[in-house]
Design a binder for this molecule. Structure first.
Ligand code: PLP
Length: 463
């Protein structure tokens, strides 16, 4: 039964992947249109044959999604996916291992531990004493970092909550940092006002002197600093904060040092790029999403922590219904935010094993090369690149934009409206609104870059 369904899925996805460059990247659809379609077709009273369903759902996904696996989706870090990682997710769904408790899924738990151990080593952490886990994404990983930092700085919080504290725990990140920390602050009860955004310098990196000053002021006012977040590959601009300086500052001030490398972490697998993340080995914890630059399907985030003790402290529970664990293997439900746990790590394990470390490095380097090519071609065509990063994320503007002749919104509408590429707008300090394009697909080639530049040329020219 499953076999024949997978045969049909195989035909559908192979046909789609094989013609991906001819597919429309951006759909033109309204919520009302999709709702009416669903309403007319599905009332759940009549069972629908599986083959008909697979066909119908495939059509909806083809017509009504931004096709993020398209090589000209220059978008928000959503990658083309390695075929082996899709096979991995299929195996996971079919076997449905439950990883909450080690004993329930020894193979799955040890495969995850093994691949995370390899990546810990690449980051310069000691896999013997560090802890790591797969997460739903960067949001959960950053939330976990906030909880771990709170547990270390204020050990009473895990039981007594915030009441016992005589000030507001406060965390610091650059104005270019990710807004998942605002959500984490709200969810942990410290409140969004606990997030202090530090201004950036001219290259959009966190200004370390301004941070030091703010820390000093905040302490005088009775706030309780506990966490500094460095962003390694900011979502808007791709910039990398000065990690060694921030690591040293955290040591001086006794603060938890977290590096949010949700996208940029991929650079660690490249010998050419990894130097840009020097200093990450000083971190207390790191966020790194496999579902961004490692080209595996959503959702596969990763959280790495120098010391397992704080995670045990924050997450430990004792139940009367889960069988007791083993001395030699931690149960993930007692050391992480999730309870029931899907085998997220298999797609990372299999992609890494199939490509090999060298193959991954090559894939990452090639994307960086396409980023460099895009920068070059834009500048040759009269655009101005305004961000400074070795990573393949390009923010750019044009004399016709800065002079007010054409708005960035119009350019994005025109480029995306053609259907053969997707880019976005970004708001950056001191520059205002600009255009943003990232190389997120390992399939993107020179011709794709040329097609984007040509689309931009025609979009900026007309008005
Ligand atoms: C994408 C991103 C996140 C959020 O990660 P999700 O996987 O979308 O939850 C956090 N931080 C940075 C820097 C990101 O780019």
């Amino acid at each position: 039964m499953l076999g024949s369904l997978l045969d049909q899925v195989k035909l559908e996805v192979e046909e789609f992947a094989g013609s991906i460059r001819d597919q429309v990247v951006t759909p033109d659809v309204t919520p009302a249109e999709i709702r009416a379609f669903l309403q007319a077709r599905y009332d759940f009273t009549r069972p629908i044959p599986a083959a008909e369903l697979i066909d119908d759902v495939t059509q909806m996904l083809r017509r009504w999604c931004i096709q993020v696996t398209h090589p000209r989706y220059f978008g928000l870090f959503n990658p083309s996916v390695r075929p082996i990682s899709v096979a991995a997710d299929t195996l996971v769904a079919a076997f449905n291992p439950q990883l909450a408790v080690w004993q329930h899924a020894p193979a799955a738990n040890e495969i995850e531990r093994f691949v995370l151990g390899y990546l810990l080593d690449r980051m310069g952490f000691d896999p013997g004493s560090a802890a790591a886990s797969f997460t739903s994404g960067g949001q959960e990983a950053n939330h976990t970092a906030t909880i771990a930092a709170l547990a270390r700085q204020f050990p009473s919080i895990s039981d007594a909550g915030l009441h016992g504290l005589d000030g507001q725990p406060t965390l610091y990140l650059s104005a270019e940092g990710h807004h998942s920390f605002h959500k984490a602050a709200s969810c942990t009860g410290i409140g969004r006002s606990a997030v202090r955004e530090i201004k950036t310098d001219d290259s959009l990196k966190l200004n370390v002197a301004a941070l030091e000053e703010t820390l000093h002021e905040d302490r005088q006012r009775g706030r309780l600093p506990f966490l500094v977040v460095a962003t390694a590959g900011a979502t808007g601009s791709g910039t990398i904060d000065p990690l060694p300086e921030l690591g040293a500052l955290c040591e001086r001030h006794g603060l938890w040092f977290h590096v949010d490398a949700a996208w940029g972490g991929g650079a660690l697998l490249s010998d050419k790029l990894r130097g840009a993340l020097r200093g990450i080995e000083r971190a207390d914890s790191v966020t790194w999403d496999a579902h961004k630059w490692l080209s595996v399907p959503l959702g596969a985030g990763m959280f790495f922590c120098r010391s397992a003790a704080h995670l045990h402290h924050a997450f430990a529970v004792d139940t009367g219904y889960v069988p007791p664990g083993r001395e030699d293997a931690a149960d993930p439900y007692r050391t992480t935010l999730q309870w029931s746990r899907r085998f997220i790590g298999l797609k990372v394990f299999m992609a890494l094993a199939e490509l090999g470390a060298q193959g991954y490095a090559k894939q990452i380097d090639e994307q960086a090369r396409m980023g460099d090519l895009l920068r070059l071609r834009l500048e040759e065509s009269g655009w101005t690149v305004i961000n400074d990063t070795p990573l393949p994320l390009v923010c750019f503007t044009h004399e016709r934009v800065t002079s007010g002749a054409v708005a960035t919104t119009r350019i994005v509408e025109r480029v995306n409206g053609r259907g053969d590429a997707w880019i976005s707008e970004v708001r950056l300090p001191r520059f205002g609104t600009a255009l943003r394009a990232t190389i997120t697909s390992y399939l993107t080639n020179e011709e794709d870059v040329e097609i984007l530049v040509a689309a931009l040329e025609s979009a900026v020219g007309v008005d």
